[in-house]
Design a protein around this ligand. Structure first.
Ligand code: F6R
Length: 605
C-alpha cells in the first residue's frame, strides 16, 4: 500500500527520493508525488497518476533540492488521480505525505472549512495538513502541533511533513503505520519501509507508537507523544541492498521463487542453536500449552492451516486456524492455556494486528508472532517473536515468505513436541526431513522448463481446480490463490475428499484439475478422486513424489518430483504450483509482480 520516503542532505535529494519510491513500488500503488524546497527556497510539488516513471518524467533535473518528501499512494479516499496524489499542501508552505486512514476526517474537514480552509482533494490526508496549518497559525511550534494532532486524529497513520519557512527540518509521526529513520553521515532519511533506504544507509531507528521525529542533516531528534525528548537505539538493517533489484530475473516473483533454497537454509540456521530448537521460546511456556489459535490472512493463513496438521499429529495439541478479519469482529471463546500464534510476513496487516489487539483482552497464555520483518508492529505487539529469514519479498504474490513460514512452523511443531515430552525419534525425524528441504526445492526448481510447458495447458482457461489431501490440502488452497492472483484465472482449492460434495459438478473436458500427490496413507483415497475427475473428462495435472506409481495418459499428465515423502513434503510441493502460476501469468501477459488491485501490505481493514 502507500509508501513514504523523505530526505535531508547536502547532496541533491530529488533523485534519491525517486529511487526510494521505486524501491517502494512493490507495495502496490496507483499514483505518486514529490515535494521539495529548491535552491531558491521555493516549495516545489510534482504529482502524477500512474507509475513512478510518469512522475520522474515530469521532474526538471536542473532543479535540485536538499530537503524533500515523496509518496506512492494506494487510493482509499478518492480516486487514483493527480489531484488526490500526495503530497498535500496548505498555505503554500506546508507539504505532507501520509500512510493509513483518518477515521474522523469528515468532522475535522468540516471544522477546518468553517475556519476558512480550502480543500482541493477527496483525501483524508488533506485534513491533516490543514489541521497542522491551522494550529501553526495559532502560534504553536511544529512539535506542539504534532502532539495536538495525535490527540485530534482517530485512525492509523504515519506522516512526514515539511515547512518551507523552516527549510532545514522534516518532521515525522508514527501512530499505527510504520516509519523508520535512516541515519546517514551528515544526512538523514525517513521511510515507511527500510527497503526504501538500504542503498543510502543501513543504520535504522524504528519509531514506536506515538513517536515524533525531527530529521535534519546532522541529527534526528525524537519525542514521545507528549513532546518530551526520547532516545531510540540505532539498529543495523540486515536487508540486502540488492534484494530490491531484479538481477537477471525477468520478474521479482521468479527471483524470489528461486531464492527459496537459500532462504529456507538461512531460516533453519536462524532457528536452531545446537540441539535447541527455537531458543527464543521458553520451554516452560511450550510445556503449558493446551490449545493453539492461529490467526493470519491470505497466504499466511494457508501456512497456519498446514501447521494445524503438523501440530495436532506430532504434538497432540488442538489447533484452530482462522482468518484474522473474521476473528477480530467476533467474541472468541478461549480455553485455558491457549496460545495465540499470529502469522504475518509483513507484520503490518491491519486485520492481523487488530486480532492481536483483541487477544490482549482475552485470556491467552501468551502471544507469538511469526514474521519476516524485524521491528514490525506485529513483532512488537507479541510476547514472543519467531522470525523467518526470507529477506525482502518484493513480488506481491507471496512465495519465499510462505515456504520460510512453513519451515519455522514445522520447527515450532518440533519444539512443542519436545516440550510436551513426545518421542524423541519423531522430533529427530522432523529435523531430518527439514534438513533435506532446501536441496529438494533446488531439484524441483531445476524442472522449471517442464513446468513452463505445462503452463500452456492452463493459459487459455477460465477456471481451474486445485486438489490435495491432508497437509497438502492447504497447499492446494495456496496453489489456487497464486494462480488467481497472478493470472486472473478463477481458481478454487479443495480438499480432494470434498470433490463429490459439490465441485465435481464443474468438471468437464474444459476444466484443468491440478493435484499434489504424496506417497502417504492418503494416496489410495486421492487416486479414487483422480478417477472421479477422469470419468468426467477433466484434464489432470499431477505433481507426484517419486514413489507415487501413477503414469501419464491422455487425460492425466503426471510430473514426478525429485522428492521422497516426509512430513516436510508440503514445503516442497508448493514450489511447482508457484512456478506454474508464474508462467501462466507471464503467458497471459499480466503484471505478475504487481497484479491489478492488489497491494503487498494490507495496512487498512
Ligand atoms: C498472497 C499474499 C497475501 C498475503 C496476505 C497477508 O500471495 O501475499 O494473501 O499473504 O495479505 O499478508 P501478511 O503475511 O503480510 O500479513
Amino acid at each position: 500500500m502507500c509508501g513514504i520516503v523523505a530526505a535531508v542532505a547536502e547532496r541533491n535529494i530529488v533523485p534519491l527520493l525517486i529511487d526510494g519510491l521505486r524501491r517502494l513500488e512493490y507495495r502496490g500503488y496507483d499514483s505518486a508525488g514529490i515535494a521539495f524546497i529548491d535552491e531558491a527556497n521555493q516549495l516545489q510539488r510534482i504529482r502524477s497518476a500512474g507509475k513512478v516513471q510518469a512522475l520522474a518524467d515530469r521532474i526538471d533535473s536542473e532543479r535540485p533540492g536538499h530537503l524533500g518528501l515523496a509518496h506512492t499512494r494506494w487510493a482509499t479516499h478518492g480516486g487514483p488521480t493527480e489531484h488526490n496524489a500526495h503530497p498535500h499542501t496548505a498555505s503554500e508552505r506546508l507539504a505532507l505525505v501520509h500512510n493509513g486512514i483518518i477515521e474522523n476526517e469528515q468532522a475535522i474537514r468540516k471544522q477546518l472549512i468553517e475556519h476558512g480552509a480550502t480543500f482541493t482533494s477527496e483525501t483524508d490526508t488533506e485534513a491533516i495538513v490543514h489541521l497542522i496549518d491551522h494550529l501553526l497559525a495559532q502560534g504553536q511550534s511544529m512539535l506542539d502541533c504534532l502532539v495536538e494532532v495525535q490527540q485530534q486524529l482517530q485512525g492509523s497513520y504515519a506522516i512526514a511533513v515539511l515547512d518551507q519557512q523552516h527549510p532545514d527540518t522534516i518532521w515525522g509521526l508514527r501512530k499505527g503505520s510504520p516509519l523508520v529513520v535512516g541515519v546517514g553521515v551528515g544526512e538523514h532519511f525517513l521511510a515507511s519501509d527500510a527497503a526504501a533506504l538500504v542503498p543510502l544507509t543501513q543504520q535504522m531507528m524504528y519509531l514506536q507508537e506515538g513517536d515524533i521525529v525531527a530529521i535534519r542533516r546532522d541529527q534526528a531528534a525524537l519525542y514521545d507523544q507528549q513532546g518530551k525528548p526520547i532516545e531510540r537505539t540505532i539498529q543495523r538493517s540486515n536487508l540486502d541492498p540488492e534484494s530490491s533489484e531484479r538481477g537477471h530475473y525477468r520478474h521479482f516473483m521468479l527471483k524470489e521463487i528461486h531464492e527459496q533454497p537459500a532462504v529456507i537454509s538461512a531460516t533453519l540456521d536462524g532457528c536452531l542453536n545446537g540441539t535447541r530448537i527455537l531458543p527464543s521460546l521458553p520451554a516452560e511456556l511450550l510445556s503449558q500449552v493446551r490449545a493453539i489459535h492461529i490467526l493470519a490472512c491470505g497466504t499466511s493463513y494457508h501456512a497456519g492451516l498446514t501447521a494445524k496438521y503438523w501440530i495436532e499429529s506430532l504434538a497432540g495439541i488442538p489447533v484452530s486456524v482462522e482468518v484474522a478479519s473474521e476473528f477480530r469482529n467476533r467474541r472468541p471463546a478461549v480455553p485455558e492455556h491457549t496460545l495465540m500464534l499470529a502469522i504475518s510476513q509483513s507484520g503490518e496487516t491491519a486485520d492481523t494486528l487488530a486480532a492481536l489487539e483483541l487477544a490482549s483482552e482475552l485470556n491467552y497464555l501468551a502471544t507469538i508472532g511469526l514474521c519476516n520483518v524485524p521491528e514490525s508492529a506485529l513483532t512488537r505487539a507479541c510476547d514472543h517473536a519467531l522470525m523467518t529469514r526470507a529477506g525482502l519479498e518484493v513480488g506481491v504474490a507471496s512465495t519465499k515468505a510462505f515456504t520460510t513460514q512453513l519451515t519455522v512452523l514445522l520447527l515450532f511443531t518440533a519444539a512443542l513436541a519436545q516440550a510436551q515430552d513426545k518421542p524423541k525419534s519423531r522430533i529427530a525425524e522432523v529435523l531430518d526431513a527439514l534438513g533435506q528441504v532446501a536441496q529438494q526445492t533446488r531439484e524441483v526448481l531445476a524442472l522449471e522448463d517442464q513446468i513452463e510447458a505445462l503452463a500452456y495447458r492452463l493459459a487459455d482457461k477460465q477456471h481451474a481446480l486445485f486438489l490435495g489431501r491432508g497437509a497438502e490440502y492447504p497447499i492446494a488452497l495456496e496453489g489456487a490463490l497464486k494462480l488467481k492472483e497472478v493470472s486472473y484465472i478463477h481458481a478454487e482449492g479443495y480438499a480432494a475428499g470434498e470433490l463429490k460434495h459439490g465441485p465435481l459438478a464443474l468438471v468437464d473436458e474444459s476444466l484443468p484439475v491440478v493435484v499434489t500427490a504424496s506417497s502417504n496413507e492418503l494416496l489410495k483415497k486421492l487416486e479414487s478422486n483422480l478417477r472421479e475427475v477422469q470419468a468426467r473428462g477433466g484434464q489432470l495435472i499431477v505433481f507426484a513424489d517419486r514413489a507415487v506409481t501413477l503414469d501419464s495418459n491422455d487425460d492425466m499428465h503426471v510430473m514426478h518430483l525429485p522428492l521422497n515423502h516426509s512430513i516436510a513434503s508440503p514445503i516442497v510441493q508448493v514450489v511447482p504450483l508457484q512456478l506454474l502460476a508464474y508462467h501462466v501469468g507471464v503467458i497471459r501477459g499480466t503484471d505478475v509482480d504487481q497484479p491489478r488491485n492488489l497491494a503487498k501490505s494490507v495496512t487498512v481493514e
